[in-house]
Design a protein around this ligand. Structure first.
Ligand code: SF4
Length: 316
């Protein structure tokens, strides 16, 4: 396969609590998808749906319970040392202020990375690379040099942390809620930056609960509910004509366009927690207005609907 990242039947089970009376939580439940080169792929859903767990597994921060992860055709979930692929898969975290130590000048991270990965041979060469990467994210070297994290706005610092992620020339960026801490008025400029990176040949695994930025990013999307991908296809199609009842509910919960309002969904995790967890059948059956008998008996397979894949018996 030509895919850059391929996830096959990925399952992650957490054991919580004591051995007696402890519970198992299936955070990721038989998830498969692939990302090609120069592609934006979004994993979207409410907190607790499993999207962040997938991001952590791809970055090597979590083990898998079952299933496989391949990068450029090579299996990576069982690697003892991630250093071989570390340069090619980089992370962009939610809060740039936790990426940088407040007492350290920001540029020291850049020079250290270039030195540690033996990317530059001299300080001059390093400065040239840093200048170029900063330019990509729209920051001038002079406005960056000799400054501490607190001297930047959240939006600027997120750009800087993206520039830092670019130092190793990654092919895949894993961005977990990268705009949620950024001021609403600057959010779209960061989203535009991801689109620019895609044009430069970098693939983005974008993790979000925010369907509006996902829509704007385009590419393909997978909607997750309780560890399952319930619908996947082109972002445009999935979000403009959602097929799965859960996707429809998520979309309805987006407020109407109003610049004063935050783009976020209104469903609270607590609403979902009220519904009894079902291990057989469709996990959404407890609150689905269309639930049928079969929905409670057997887990629905994926049905093809206009190029999307939908885990729902309505499309049988
Ligand atoms: Fe609703 Fe059944 Fe579809 Fe699940 S499979 S979303 S319960 S109609």
């Amino acid at each position: 396969s030509n895919s850059l990242l391929r996830i096959e039947h990925l399952t992650k089970v957490y054991r919580i609590g004591s051995i007696i009376g402890g519970t198992k939580i299936t955070a990721v439940d038989d998830v498969s998808f692939e990302i090609n080169g120069s592609e934006i792929f979004t994993l979207a859903g409410e907190s607790g749906c499993g999207k962040t767990t997938i991001a952590k597994i791809v970055l090597g921060f979590e083990d898998v319970t079952r299933g496989e992860v391949y990068y450029s055709g090579k299996r990576i979930d069982n690697l003892k040392k991630r250093s071989e692929i570390f340069e090619e898969i980089q992370a962009v975290f939610q809060n740039p202020f936790t990426t940088f130590n407040p007492l350290r000048r920001v540029e020291s991270y850049f020079y250290d990375t270039l030195k540690n990965f033996e990317i530059s041979k001299s300080k001059e060469e390093a400065t040239a690379i840093i200048t170029e990467k900063l330019k990509t994210v729209g920051i001038e070297f002079d406005e960056f040099y000799h400054k501490y994290p607190s001297e930047f706005s959240g939006g600027q610092l997120q750009r800087i942390s993206i520039a830092k992620s670019l130092l190793t020339n990654p092919k895949l960026l894993v961005a977990d809620e990268p705009v949620s801490m950024v001021d609403a008025s600057l959010r779209m400029s960061i989203v535009n930056l991801f689109k620019k990176l895609e044009e430069l040949g970098i693939s983005i695994l974008y993790i979000t609960h925010d369907l509006m930025t996902a829509y704007y990013l385009g590419g393909r999307i997978a909607i997750m509910f309780r560890g399952n991908i319930v619908e996947t296809g082109s972002t445009e199609r999935v979000l403009s004509e959602p097929k799965h009842p859960y996707t429809q509910l998520l979309k309805e919960s987006i407020p109407q366009p109003d610049p004063k309002k935050k783009w976020s969904t209104r469903i609270k995790l607590s609403d979902l927690e009220e519904v009894e967890y079902v291990s057989t059948g469709c996990k959404f059956a407890g609150r689905c207005p269309y639930a049928m008998d079969i929905c409670r008996k057997e887990r629905p397979p994926y049905f093809d609907v206009n190029g999307s894949k939908v885990m729902c018996y309505l499309y049988k």
